[in-house]
Design a protein around this ligand. Structure first.
Ligand code: MN
Length: 499
């Protein structure tokens, strides 16, 4: 059985940790290993392996020591009975406790597979997370769960895979963590559409074999070309397109792989922005570029911050190769996204609302403001828009303002399903939003395990359970308690029948 050590986790990172940071990771490793002692996953593996692999994923994507520490502890509240958030706080500090608490809360969310819920869930996910690092942990956790998914019942595998493609991967994309997004998509794609996965995989292998000699020759020639012009090149390598992203591209191109030019892309990393353009000029003077495929993401970065120059050139013998040119900093942003952000490694406040200043550092002053124009809102906006066209933007911003931030709350069923309600909604609204029958016969409610009156106002994050009796019926008072038009309409219908 493979085992992971604290050292494995630390050395998976490209970051240099201080002694204190290293100690924190080692301490969390030991603490968590003891806490999960004796627990097993469905595969029969020790539970701790999951936790350690999650932390290793975090290290790999460039997360800081605090996030890795929290990653090691991410299941300790939920799955270990005697461990409390207070204990985590005392031992590892406020920031780690805040992150662990955030991940635990996110763990309550469940996905229903209904299209209309996808957007709500993405928004909810972000609103609940409050700190991008909580999302990083959740993504690293999800990647390991997917890698060990085969032991689960098929139905559950499908649910997790779909949820990953529709919610988690777009979030990773928006955070700019390119590699993680690709990995999440590929494992999920393999689970959800095994046949399509195999076909695409085989196509890619075949094509790659044809291309590899061409790439070697080209990279050699480029190296010489840049050296002659005294351009400082840090590295040159090539990346192979992820399977799912190739599949989506193929769909756009009538499944004709000869129309996909970036199955492999040659990547050149130089010292300065100036050298990026110089290199591009040199390459174009030697090989003719394909019209319409020169992209300047340096002057015009992608929305997730990605920067590079892209071009596709004819290299002779009918071969066509994509070339990407960028600086080291741009490369780190492309690989690690939000985790590579400069502000990310800065010391932040130690109180539990430190997330506010953190978010402000990342997204600019006023980022925690919930007005529709603040950077944080903009970020949320773009994130949930990632898969939609811009034409939705205006109405989306309007909805965001009225429906989401100011006027909406999210509550849960005892199974963790999300119910989206207006502010001041009561258990009556909740009951009707589940089912008309449940509304019509509601007799009482329990909120977070306590009995409450049906007129009680619900709060964000409440877990609501409705009691019903066959002979219970709506009364006139209910009309003043209900907030949603839907519940009021249903109540009136019953009252009219009675009259
Ligand atoms: Mn987990």
């Amino acid at each position: 059985m493979k085992t992971v050590t604290a050292q494995n986790i630390i050395s998976a990172s490209h970051n240099k940790f201080t002694d204190k940071e290293r100690h924190s990771i080692e301490d969390a490793f030991a603490f968590s290993e003891r806490a999960h002692q004796g627990q097993e996953r469905e595969s029969g593996e020790p539970y701790f392996i999951h936790v350690a692999e999650t932390a290793r994923n975090l290290a790999r994507i460039g997360a800081d020591a605090t996030t890795i520490t929290a990653g090691l502890l991410h299941d300790s509240i939920e799955d270990v009975e005697h461990i409390t958030i207070q204990e985590i706080r005392d031992r590892f500090g406020d920031e780690v406790a805040f992150l662990v608490d955030g991940v635990t809360k996110l763990g309550k969310l469940k996905y229903r597979g209904l299209k209309r819920h996808v957007e709500t869930l993405r928004k909810l996910f972000l609103a609940t997370a409050r700190d991008p690092r909580v999302i990083l942990i959740k993504l690293a956790d999800r990647l390991h769960n997917l890698e060990t998914i085969s032991v689960l019942p098929v139905e559950k595998q499908q649910r997790i895979a779909q949820e990953t493609l529709e919610i988690y991967a777009p979030i990773a994309h928006r955070l700019g963590i390119g590699n993680l997004k690709g990995e999440l998509e590929d494992v999920a794609f393999k689970t959800a559409y095994p046949k399509e996965y195999e076909q695409t995989h085989a196509l890619r292998e075949e094509k790659s074999k044809e291309n590899v000699g061409q790439l070697k020759r080209l990279s050699h020639e480029i190296r010489t070309l840049l050296m002659q012009s005294k351009i400082t090149m840090h590295a040159m390598d090539y990346r192979v397109k992820h399977i799912y992203s190739l599949y989506k591209k193929l769909q756009e191109k009538d499944m004709n792989i000869d129309r996909v030019y970036d199955i492999e892309a040659l990547r050149i990393i130089v010292e300065t922005v100036e050298e990026c353009y110089l290199a591009l000029g040199l390459i174009h003077s030697k090989w003719k570029p394909l019209p319409g495929r020169i992209k300047d993401y340096i002057a015009m970065p992608k929305r997730n911050g990605y920067q590079s120059l892209h071009t596709t050139v004819f290299t002779g013998n009918g071969a066509i190769v994509e070339i990407q040119i960028r600086t080291k900093t741009m490369h780190d942003v492309a690989e690690y996204g939000i985790a590579s952000h400069v502000g990310y490694k800065e010391k932040i406040g130690s109180s539990s609302n430190s997330s506010a200043s953190f978010v402000e550092k990342l997204f600019g002053r006023g980022a925690t403001d919930t007005s529709a124009t603040s950077p944080m809102t903009q970020w949320l906006h773009e994130l949930t828009e990632a898969q939609h066209g811009v034409e939705h933007s205006l109405s989306f911003i309007r909805n965001l303002r009225t429906d989401f931030f100011n006027d909406r709350i999210f509550v849960f069923t005892p199974n963790g399903e999300v119910v989206d309600l207006p502010v001041d909604a009561t258990p009556i609204d909740f009951a009707y939003s589940i089912h008309t029958d449940l509304g019509d016969h509601a007799s009482g409610a329990r909120v977070n395990g306590k009995f409450v009156a049906l007129s009680t106002k619900l709060n964000h994050g409440d877990v609501v359970f409705i009691e019903s009796k066959e002979n219970s019926k709506p009364s006139h008072k209910w009309l003043t308690w209900a907030k949603t038009g839907f519940a009021k309409k249903k109540i009136r219908a019953v009252l009219e029948k009675k009259d």
